[in-house]
Write a protein that binds this ligand. Structure first.
Ligand SMILES: Cc1cc2nc3c(=O)[nH]c(=O)nc-3n(C[C@H](O)[C@H](O)[C@H](O)COP(=O)(O)O)c2cc1C
Length: 396
């Protein structure tokens, strides 16, 4: 079973990811992992922290001579900012005078709920772990999942549909256009529609000017997914449920939509459901997994908790960044007197970066489901099983 966990504080020495269950013999491309980390750091509206960090994954275990060996993969990502925090956040007792307490909880953050839960007198330790800096470790683990999926012909990308009130007019973007977007060396807001991207930039500029923040919507697209991942057999094995939980676990994601799920609630079934056709030539093993066709994909590639062979479309809806340069009302932890919420250096918009985190979570989920279906302790075994299933689909 593919499993992963992360550790690390935002201003600690490093982030850590441990990924186990990857079959032996998967080639590991370190430059690819670092490019994914770079992508998570991009986007108009990021704050000063991302200028300090240049994330790079350092693999400690599970990979030898350029390929996985079947044992758990452990990796670290150094926090360059750590050098500025060694006295403020030491592992040892250190000098209490040098600690940087967060004395008034910031609305929208875990500060108050976390301090109450863990019985902390202030919120420093809470924000250190609740921070989305953690998502860098997920992106590194997700990059390895993407390398595995590539072997099965599956690619996962994302793009931005909305920032604040500015949204694309047409959300259906051809796969080739998404690939071109992904290849760009400069990322503005990772939107495939240049006109909409300018309106999105104006939303960020307005937030910067007014000391406010914005949220938005990203879409993750998984291309080349075979029918048959996930199952309706049990509630906790449904692919839509697994993807929703995976995306919802990302910091600031407050709603998840599969395909056109939200709009479909108000539309008639005749408009929402994707009619089925058949073209023998499409199922020749090269053009597609089967000859079954759909002209539309409102279902987002999943019916009954099972992938149906169409692109998987999952959207993450982000609340606006919680830290405001014009802070909201809060209360001092010690005196309980009304004060302005504490301010920590912050991004004002993170939709493209959250999309990269979303890709990682989708890739990890699909890789887990693929390994559950095809099994294999070595890539040779996994690919043999996959080829057998492909042949079964071709003959269906
Ligand atoms: C990539 C990324 C970067 C983020 N950066 C910040 C930030 O700089 N400042 C901030 O206040 N929130 C930021 N957030 C959002 C917070 O981490 C998140 O809203 C907060 O921890 C509360 O958790 P919740 O939104 O899941 O309830 C970021 C989120 C993501 C996905």
């Amino acid at each position: 079973m593919l499993r992963f966990s992360t550790a690390g504080e935002s201003h600690g020495e490093a982030l850590v990811a441990v990924l186990s269950g990857v079959p032996a013999g998967l080639k590991i491309d370190l430059a690819f992992i670092d490019r994914e980390l770079w992508r998570r750091q991009q986007g108009y509206g990021r704050g000063g922290r991302m200028k300090i960090e240049r994330d790079s994954a350092h693999i400690l275990s599970g990979v030898r001579h350029g390929a996985t060996i079947g044992s758990p993969i452990a990796l670290t990502i150094e926090n360059r900012d750590w050098k500025n925090w060694q006295e403020a956040l030491p592992v040892g007792a250190g000098d209490p005078e040098k600690h940087k307490a967060v004395n008034s909880p910031r609305p929208g953050h875990a500060d108050l709920a976390g301090a109450l839960k863990y019985n902390f007198p202030e919120a420093r330790y809470v924000l250190e772990r609740a921070s989305a800096r953690e998502s860098a470790a997920r992106v590194a683990a997700g990059a390895i999942a993407k390398l595995l999926l590539r072997e099965l012909g599956i690619e996962v990308l994302s793009h931005v549909l909305a920032v604040g009130g500015a949204a694309v007019r047409d959300a259906e973007i051809p796969w080739e256009k998404l690939q071109a977007l992904h290849a760009r060396e400069e990322v503005l807001l990772n939107c495939a529609d240049a006109e909409a991207e300018e309106r999105m930039k104006a939303e960020v500029d307005n937030a910067l000017k007014t000391g406010d923040s914005v949220g938005g919507v990203f879409e993750v697209v998984a291309h080349g997914v075979p029918p048959g991942l996930g199952t309706y057999a049990n509630w906790d094995e449904r692919l839509d449920a697994l993807l929703a939980a995976a995306l919802m676990s990302l910091q600031a994601v407050k709603a998840v939509e599969i395909g056109s799920g939200i709009g479909s609630a108000a539309s008639p079934g005749s408009v929402v459901h994707d009619a089925i056709g058949y073209e023998r030539a499409k199922g020749d093993g090269r053009a597609g997994y089967t000859g079954f066709t759909r002209r539309t994909n409102h279902a987002g590639g999943i019916e009954g908790g099972v992938s149906n062979g169409e692109d998987i479309l999952v959207r993450g809806y982000l609340k606006p960044i919680s830290t405001l340069r014009r802070p909201l009302e809060s209360v001092d932890f010690k005196t309980r007197a009304p004060v302005k919420a504490a301010y920590e250096r912050s991004d004002v918009a993170v939709v493209p970066a959250a999309g990269v985190g979303g890709e990682a979570m989708v890739a990890l989920t699909l890789a887990r489901c693929a390994l559950e279906k095809f099994g294999g302790d070595s890539m040779g075994e996994t690919l043999r099983n996959f080829a057998g299933y492909r042949e079964q689909l071709r003959r269906f």
